[in-house]
Design a protein around this ligand. Structure first.
Ligand code: F6R
Length: 221
């Protein structure tokens, strides 16, 4: 699969913001699947600056920690701070896995118009850790040691990182009409290349994307 190399983080963010912009303009009631983490921060900044009409857009976040003692490290807080509180989205159209009203219904996030993904250094997408079934749907998962270590940068110590999360599954992600994967930093290149151009295996969850017919992958170092 082609990995589209961007000259820097700013180009990566604005290229993907254009894709989201065109999607929302073409279909104002688009269903979007969105990631958290450090990679999409620039994308969300760009989207805020573009002053799009989010009134009818529905968003489904990929995952959320299973720990109600944290708030400022929760993915809902991240999305509020980086995107939702700066745009005119209707609060009723914001969905997170684990929202009691909809979870564990399997329809969570299905048939999205556009799904944006990051990739973990172990090849995870959402919190589908290595070994996750390609048939998986929304469910509670134990986080991989590598993920806990990687995400400890957002916490005071590694011990504070939640050990479990609720994640959208790989089968649901694959039902999206279009998927865009973004990766930033040399530490991501190796796994990105393995996932896109190596064997399709549950050991590398992102490799499932090779089976989708409408995926774009953007990378900058
Ligand atoms: C977060 C998510 C994760 C991240 C991945 C990369 O919602 O789904 O799969 O996309 O862990 O995270 P960053 O961007 O922080 O390197």
């Amino acid at each position: 699969m082609e990995i589209k190399i961007q000259k820097d983080y700013s180009e990566l963010s604005s290229t993907v913001a254009d894709i989201v912009k065109h999607q929302i303009q073409r279909k104002p009631n688009s269903r979007l699947i969105l990631p958290t983490g450090s990679t999409p921060i620039g994308l969300y900044k760009e989207l805020v600056n573009r002053k799009l009409n989010w009134k009818k857009v529905e968003t489904f976040n990929l995952d959320e920690y299973l720990d109600n003692t944290i708030w400022e490290q929760s993915y809902r807080y991240f999305m509020d701070e980086n995107l939702f509180k700066h745009i005119n989205i209707d609060d009723d159209n914001i969905y997170f896995p684990g929202d009691t009203a909809i979870w564990p219904e399997m329809s969570y996030g299905e048939n999205a118009d556009l799904c944006i993904l990051g990739i973990g250094t172990n090849g995870h997408i959402a919190f589908n850790e290595p070994g996750s079934s390609f048939d998986s749907e929304t469910r509670v998962v134990d986080l991989d040691e590598q993920t806990i270590e990687d995400n400890s940068r957002f916490f005071d110590s590694v011990d504070d990182v939640p050990k479990q999360a609720i994640t959208m599954g790989l089968k649901t992600i694959m039902k999206s009409k279009k998927i865009v994967l973004i990766a930033n930093g040399v530490h991501k290149y190796k796994i990105l290349n393995v996932a896109m151009n190596g064997g399709v295996t549950e050991k590398v969850p992102a490799s499932i994307l090779q089976k989708h017919n409408n995926v774009e992958v953007f990378y900058c170092d």
